[in-house]
Design a protein around this ligand. Structure first.
Ligand code: UDH
Ligand code: NGS
Length: 404
C-alpha cells in the first residue's frame, strides 16, 4: 500500500517533471520543441521533399547550382522537343543562401552558360510548360542585383521554366515609385512576349527553397510570405509585399498597380486591396517553401517614407479604376539586352506629370522620418480582411548577418 507520504513524493516528482518539460518547451521557442518531439516519432523522410533540414537529401549541400552542369545544349529539333515533366526532376528543396564577398557579374555569367542575352532562358532538353517574366523595380541597387541574379537564374532553371528577367530602372533622382515601375514592367514585358505569368520581385529578396515554383495560380499569388526579417512568418494578414505573381488577366482585372505612391510604403497594401476589388482572392504558397532571405539595408536616399500613404489607402476603393495600368504614363529611355537581364530604363516623371517641374516637397513630419505603422484614416474598402493599425504593426526580427 502506498503511504500518504509517498503519495506526496510522487506528486512532487510529477510536478517537477512537468516543470522541466515546460522549461524545455519554452526554450528556443515552443514550436521548435514540439516539432522536435513529433519528429522523434515520425518515420524518416527519404524523398527530401518535406520539412526543413533536409538539405543533404534534397539539393546536395543546399547548393543552388548543384546538378545544373548536367544540363547542356543538345542539337534536338526545337519543334519536336518533349513537354517538360509536370514536376521538374531538378527541384530539390531548401537552398543555402549566403553572400560571398568578391562575387562579380562575370562569375554569375560563367556559372549560367545557358542563359541567353537579355537574361533569357529555355530548358535545353524539353518544352517548358510555363512562361514567366520576372519584373524587378530598380535604382542604385547593383550590389543586391548581383546576388539576386546569382541565385535566381539557377533557381528558375531548376524549375524548367521558360523565363526572362527584366530590370525596370527608374531614371533620374526624383522620389522612387515602385508600383509605377511595375506597371512599366508589365507593359514592356507583354509587348515583347506573350508571358503567361509575371513575378513582381524586389531586388533584395533571395528565395530559399526551389519548391516555391515561379508559376501563377488561379488567383493573384503573394509569394514572399516567410521572410527572415519577419521571423519567417507573415507580418500581417493582408501583407502583399516583396514578391507577388499575377497572370496578365489578373493584372488587367485589378487595373494593374497604382501610379501615385511616391516614396516608401503603402503601395503593396494598395495592390493587395485591388486583388479583392477586382473580385479575386490572395493565394499563397506554404510557409515551408515561400521562404526568403532579405539582404539587409537601410531606407534608400530618394525613397523617403510617403506621408500620404494612409490617406491614399483609405481611398483605394474610389481611385483604383482611374489610377492604374490604364493611366500609366512614362517615357522609355532605353532597352538594353545585357548578358543576364533585360534593362529597361524609364522616365516615370513626378506627381506633376512627365515633363512638369516636380512639386515642392511638403515639410516632413518628424514622425514620418521613421515609418512607424499608423492606422489608415478609415478602413478603405469592404474586403474580406482589412488593413488596420494592428495589421500593419509588425516587429521585424532583425537579422544583421545578411548585411552586405
Ligand atoms: N528599390 C530600388 N531602389 C531604391 C528603392 C527601392 O531599387 O532606391 C526597389 C528594390 O527592388 C527594393 C524595392 O524597391 O527591393 C523595395 O524597396 P525597399 O527595399 O526599400 O523596401 P522594403 O520595405 O525595405 O523592402 C525597406 C527597408 C527600410 C524599412 C524601414 C521601415 N521599416
Ligand atoms: C507596412 C507598410 C507596407 C510595408 C510593410 C513592411 O506597414 O508598405 O509595412 O515593411 N504599409 C504602410 O505603411 C501603409 S517593412 O517591414 O518591410 O519595412 O511593405
Amino acid at each position: 500500500m502506498i503511504s500518504i507520504q509517498s503519495k506526496w513524493r510522487y506528486l512532487f516528482m510529477f510536478l517537477g517533471i512537468q516543470l522541466v518539460v515546460m522549461a524545455l518547451l519554452s526554450r528556443e521557442g515552443y514550436q521548435k520543441r514540439v516539432s522536435y518531439f513529433i519528429r522523434i516519432f515520425r518515420k524518416p523522410d527519404t524523398t527530401g521533399l518535406s520539412g526543413r533540414n533536409q538539405t543533404t537529401v534534397g539539393i546536395p549541400g543546399g547548393d543552388v547550382y548543384a546538378n545544373l552542369s548536367t544540363l547542356f545544349k543538345t542539337h534536338v529539333n526545337e519543334d519536336h522537343m518533349p513537354l517538360c515533366p509536370k514536376t521538374s526532376p531538378l527541384i530539390g528543396g531548401p537552398i543555402h543562401v549566403k553572400f560571398p564577398s568578391g562575387l562579380t557579374l562575370a562569375e554569375v555569367q560563367r556559372k549560367n552558360p545557358l542563359v541567353m542575352r537579355g537574361g533569357r532562358y529555355r530548358p535545353p532538353d524539353c518544352e517548358a510548360r510555363h512562361r514567366t517574366a520576372i519584373i524587378i523595380p530598380h535604382r542604385h541597387r547593383e550590389h543586391h542585383l548581383k546576388f539576386l541574379l546569382y541565385y535566381l537564374h539557377p533557381f528558375l532553371q531548376r524549375q524548367q521554366l521558360n523565363y526572362r528577367i527584366y530590370i525596370i530602372h527608374q531614371a533620374g533622382t526624383y522620389t522612387f515609385n515602385r508600383a509605377k515601375l511595375m506597371n512599366v514592367g508589365f507593359r514592356e514585358a507583354m509587348r515583347e512576349e506573350d508571358w503567361d505569368c509575371l513575378f513582381f520581385h524586389d531586388v533584395d529578396l533571395i528565395p530559399e527553397d526551389d519548391r516555391n515554383t515561379y508559376v501563377c495560380d488561379s488567383n493573384p499569388k503573394h509569394v514572399a510570405i516567410a521572410m527572415d526579417k519577419f521571423g519567417y512568418k507573415l507580418p500581417y494578414k493582408m501583407y502583399f509585399g516583396g514578391v507577388s505573381a499575377l497572370t496578365p488577366l489578373h493584372y488587367l482585372k485589378m487595373n494593374g498597380f497604382p501610379n501615385n505612391y511616391w516614396g516608401w510604403g503603402g503601395e503593396d497594401d494598395d495592390i493587395g486591396l485591388r486583388v479583392s476589388l477586382g473580385g479575386m482572392y490572395i493565394s499563397r504558397p506554404s510557409v515551408k517553401v515561400g521562404r526568403y532571405k532579405m539582404i539587409k539595408h537601410k531606407l534608400d536616399k530618394g525613397n523617403d517614407v510617403n506621408p500620404k500613404r494612409f490617406n491614399m489607402l483609405a481611398k483605394t476603393r474610389q481611385t483604383w479604376k482611374s489610377d492604374g495600368m490604364n493611366t500609366a504614363e512614362y517615357e522609355l529611355i532605353s532597352r538594353e539586352y545585357m548578358p543576364l537581364y533585360t534593362n529597361i530604363t524609364v522616365n516615370i516623371g513626378t506627381e506633376a506629370g512627365l515633363h512638369s517641374p516636380p512639386p515642392p516637397h511638403p515639410p516632413e513630419k518628424a514622425a514620418e522620418k521613421h515609418p512607424e505603422k499608423k492606422a489608415p484614416a478609415e478602413v478603405p474598402v469592404n474586403v474580406p480582411a482589412k488593413i488596420t493599425e494592428g495589421d500593419t504593426n509588425k516587429k521585424p526580427t532583425q537579422n544583421t548577418s545578411n548585411h552586405v
